[in-house]
Design a protein around this ligand. Structure first.
Ligand SMILES: NC(=O)c1ccc[n+]([C@@H]2O[C@H](COP(=O)([O-])OP(=O)(O)OC[C@H]3O[C@@H](n4cnc5c(N)ncnc54)[C@H](O)[C@@H]3O)[C@@H](O)[C@H]2O)c1
Ligand SMILES: N[C@@H](CCC=O)C(=O)O
Length: 576
């Protein structure tokens, strides 16, 4: 036999007849054979930024370097830049509202259409790229996030979104790297899900196909990492993505995209577009190949998008039923039981309600305190709040920063003005605000006479906590109230108690009141791989960010069956 004929058939085909459009990773994959196990994921270790620490010095240098470049220019996707002009749109620093932070060219509808087409053109080569090669890109990106770009990403998140060093570290460094590493592991877990039962002479397999068409990712302002999740989950499973970040997060999102390109992501797989949200969305939702929405943001926006997609289905616009994957708003609760360690509950409440000025979907914004423990609770929380400093994130002593923009400031302070004048409410702490330099709002706590005040139902997305003091004996009926109120949201909740019967009762009775339920710890701070995140009711589709479930939403499984023998007869044995 000649050596030429010894070349396996697949290799000969590829070498001699491979169409030019097939990407290099296909060819490269043929050099190795094996069923690979990718490295196990792990949580990025948090750095602490204590005074004089090396990480603090590096972060200070990155902040000063970024400041010297302000305003930064944000290019959008490579393909669409050529057809845009001018630097019309600007974002401002939340902590210094007169300073322009970033400027960018909003993409036109034609740009978006071109971006969709470029993504679709890149689709075949990307989905044919072996999983190992796709995964390697995101593992490399995780290294870039936690290493080379750590401080640049954090500086962008601090100046652009008003986070302090701690909050920027857990988001733009740790959680982003975690999403990349864990999504690789989740995708591998999906691919490993294969039938284990095969009748004699047969074999079954599952082909975890990417969705047909493209995925539309829409991300919020408040977490740099969330955009990274919304694009990496579909891209890892072989999808192409059109990504529209929040206008208040254009620069950090651009850095995430840049890092992925540096890590080897083919340029057209993720199309970053900026501009008018409704215009961009209209082009996407009018496209036949729209296959999924990966959304994180407010509930009302998602509800409107859901309706639009349903209308598209109704008018036979799409080939598939577009998948709706969304994590949205919350009105999250802390429930303090009479048996609770109050000092612990107080500290957790301060963090949950006021870190990042309450701008986490998971933030605690309603609290229920038993009458027997209320004096201690209110006294200690006032003492804790008196220790907190408020100001720009570049000053490391500040725990409280600004809210994101004028719109948020106006919405929250309008509600506070009403609350300050409301005779049913007692102001326990805060109540003041000042936008002369940045969008600063004091951590504010109200105590309501009645449990049915409207503030128990309204997400303000700011540092405002509404409290109710209940009679210790009313714990059981309070559980019903907590379950019913909260604006229809059901994202996070926590009980603080040492009485295990009370804990179990709350867990059971509040089963649908929160997608993430915590005991003796705050409602914020889910860690990827440890606490998957999301809620149902009006808080979203509860596909759980940071879990295999969410990644699986971007796959369309195909069942394969092969028989190795032959059918002997058409007639059944029973036909005899
Ligand atoms: N559950 C979660 O995991 C989670 C995480 C972060 C934020 N959130 C929620 O997000 C909200 C805060 O973030 P935000 O202010 O960026 O939210 P938002 O709803 O204003 O914006 C989110 C995204 O939707 C886009 N958008 C806004 N209007 C749109 C429209 N009409 N059509 C298409 N796209 C549109 C925005 O440009 C942005 O990209 C809060 O409600 C918070 O609870 C939820
Ligand atoms: N996953 C984050 C919240 C993300 C929303 O803003 C937490 O658990 O605190």
């Amino acid at each position: 036999m000649s050596s030429r004929l010894c070349v396996p058939r697949t290799i000969r085909t590829t070498l001699s007849t491979r169409p030019k459009s097939i990407a290099w990773p296909m060819k490269r994959s043929l050099a190795t054979a094996g069923i690979y196990k990718l490295p196990p994921p792990y949580n990025e270790q948090n750095l602490h930024y204590t005074p004089q620490s090396p990480e603090r010095e590096k972060l200070v240098a990155a902040l000063s370097n970024l400041r010297s470049q302000l305003p930064v220019s944000v290019p959008s996707n490579r393909d669409v830049q050529s057809s845009t002009s001018g630097g019309e749109s600007k974002t401002y620093m939340p902590s210094e509202s007169s300073s322009v932070f970033a400027q960018y060219r909003p993409n036109s509808k034609e740009d978006v259409a071109a971006a969709i087409q470029s993504a679709l053109d890149a689709k075949q080569a990307w989905q044919d790229t072996p999983f190992y090669d796709r995964a390697a890109i995101f593992l490399r990106a995780a290294e870039l996030v936690s290493g080379k770009y750590r401080y640049e990403l954090m500086a962008a998140t601090m100046l652009g979104q008003g986070k302090n060093a701690w909050q920027a570290e857990i988001d733009a460094a740790a959680e982003l790297a975690d999403f990349f590493r864990y999504n690789v592991a989740f995708a591998q877990e999906i691919y490993e899900k294969q039938p284990t039962l095969h009748a004699q002479g047969q074999s079954g397999r599952l082909d975890w196909r990417p969705l047909e068409g493209f995925v539309y990712a829409v991300s919020p302002f408040n977490f740099t990492a969330i955009g990274g999740n919304l694009i990496s989950a579909p891209a890892l499973t072989g999808n192409v993505v059109v990504w529209k970040p929040s206008p208040s997060n254009v620069y950090a999102s651009y850095l995430v995209h840049k890092i992925l390109l540096e890590a080897g992501l083919p340029p057209n797989v993720v199309q970053l577009v900026n501009g008018n949200a409704e215009d961009i969305t209209q082009v996407v939702f009018d496209h036949r190949e729209f296959s999924a929405l990966a959304f994180v943001g407010s509930s009302d926006v998602f509800k409107d998008l859901y309706v639009k997609a349903a209308e598209g289905v109704g008018s036979r616009k799409y080939r598939d039923f577009p998948r709706m994957v969304a994590e949205t708003s919350g009105k999250n609760f802390h429930l303090i039981h009479a048996s609770a360690d109050i000092s612990n509950a107080v500290k957790h409440t301060v963090r949950a309600s006021f870190e990042y000025s309450g701008q986490k979907c998971s933030a605690c914004s309603r609290i229920y305190i038993p009458r027997s423990r209320a004096p201690q609770f209110f006294q200690e929380i006032k003492e804790e709040l008196s220790q907190l400093k408020m100001g720009p994130p570049e000053d490391f002593e500040n725990f409280i920063g600004p809210v994101i923009h004028q719109g948020a400031f106006d919405k929250i302070t309008h509600a506070m003005d009403e609350a300050n004048a409301d005779s049913r409410l007692e102001r326990i702490a805060g109540g003041g605000y000042d936008s002369s330099k940045g969008f600063y709002i004091e951590p504010t706590i109200y105590r309501s006479d009645t449990v049915d005040h409207a503030l128990f139902d309204k997400e303000l997305f700011g540092p405002v906590l509404i409290s109710y003091v209940y009679e210790d004996n009313d714990f059981d009926s309070l559980l019903t109230t907590i379950d019913k109120q909260g604006g229809g949201f059901a994202l996070t909740g926590a009980i603080f108690a040492t009485d295990s019967a009370a804990i179990r009762k709350a867990e059971n009775r509040l089963r649908y009141a929160a997608g993430n339920f915590y005991t003796n710890c705050k409602t914020t701070g889910a860690v990827i791989g440890q606490q998957s995140f999301g809620g149902s009711r009006s808080s979203g589709t509860n596909d759980k960010a940071g879990s295999v479930n969410m990644v699986m939403r971007f796959t369309a499984a195909r069942t394969l069956k092969e028989e190795f023998g032959k059918l002997d007869s058409v007639l059944y044995p029973s036909n005899a």
